[in-house]
Design a protein around this ligand. Structure first.
Ligand code: CUA
Length: 331
């Protein structure tokens, strides 16, 4: 069982959401501190186990030797060992770790200060159970996928629409809560282009485990092009089937909860779908964004995310096909 636990926990060290694979300055600080803590903890553990084994296997005086023998350890040496091992060493190690922690915190705070002068501000609003992502400067809104320019600090303003969530992209930074009626600021920087998976890290209800997100770090040019595309209104339906799907969307409950910019749909309770088809995943990174998964999600959200606030629409097979054709065209 111990081995299984070890293998399972080490398995978490690889993959797209590893704290031990930093891709930004803040995550690097945290990872370094983690390794130092692990190293010191391991050294202390080995030392203590060594003393314990030494005590266990120390030869005891046999009955023949019970006549008062001089103590093998002089009292002063014994006291020195207790003072050194029990007081001086723990205080020294814990003080050292405290200083290292403070230095890491200062380095991360300096990074945050650098970010306040930076133009890229992204608002992240936590919802049960998805992430709203707004770019105030670019007039764009998306969900569950945060694009940012690589190599520069980006300011995230975190808040919540309902309960407390926690924003955590381990390869880029530590955790920070999203609290209702409060804005917390996190400065994120990705050093290499790539995709970094994130996860809600505060239990927030039934689908907490399925509240994931992806950070896509792009070159500044790619990011600017992406943002400009996201700011545009939705594409017009490209086929008769998609046109029919648009009508179904606008006349059904869908439009009460979702916005598709450029149409009459202006609901704010669910994710903005203006460029839904440009996103890689559905339902907060629960499924890949393919027509099959989209049809499954739309026709029965409770199957994929039980407890999801998305109601089950009454749709015929033909209506569903048209709706999916329309949504898949929202590049
Ligand atoms: Cu949101 Cu857990």
């Amino acid at each position: 069982m111990g081995w299984l636990a070890l293998v399972l926990s080490l398995g978490g060290c690889a993959g797209p959401q590893s704290t031990l694979d930093p891709h930004g300055p803040a995550a690097l600080e945290i990872t370094r501190l983690w390794w130092v803590t692990l190293g010191l903890g391991t050294a202390v553990f080995i030392l203590v186990m060594g003393f314990l084994l030494g005590a266990l296997f120390r030869r005891r005086p046999g009955p023949a030797e019970t006549t008062p023998a001089p103590s093998r350890v002089p009292a002063t040496s014994f006291q020195a060992t207790i003072v050194t091992g029990g007081i001086i060493m723990p205080v020294a190690i814990l003080t050292g770790l405290l200083i290292l922690s403070l230095l890491s915190m200062r380095a991360i705070a300096n990074l945050a200060n650098a970010g306040t002068a930076n133009p890229t501000v992204i608002e992240i609003i936590g919802h049960q159970w998805w992430w709203e992502v707004r770019y105030p400067a670019g007039q764009a809104t998306t969900a569950n996928e945060i694009h940012l320019p690589v190599g520069e600090p980006v300011t995230l303003r975190l808040s919540s629409a309902d309960v407390i969530h926690s924003f955590w992209v381990p390869e880029l930074h530590g955790k920070l809560d999203l609290v209702p009626n409060q804005t917390n600021t996190l400065v994120l920087q990705a050093d290499q282009p790539g995709e970094y998976r994130g996860q809600c890290a505060e239990f927030c209800g039934l689908q907490h485990a399925n509240m994931a997100l992806t950070v896509v770090a792009q070159t500044p040019d790619e990011f600017a092009a992406w943002l400009a595309a996201q700011a545009q209104s939705a594409a017009a339906p490209a086929s008769d089937l998609a046109s029919a799907g648009q009508q179904i969307f606008l006349q059904s409950d869908c439009a009460d909860c979702h916005t598709i910019r450029g149409t009459g749909a202006e609901g704010r309770r669910g994710p903005d779908l203006t460029h839904l088809a440009s996103r890689a995943t559905l339902a907060a990174a629960t499924r890949p964004n393919t027509p099959e998964h989209l049809a499954q999600w739309v026709s029965d959200p409770q199957e994929i995310k039980p407890g999801s606030l998305m109601p089950q629409p009454e749709l015929s097979a033909g209506d569903l096909e048209a709706l999916v054709a329309y949504l898949e065209g929202l590049k």
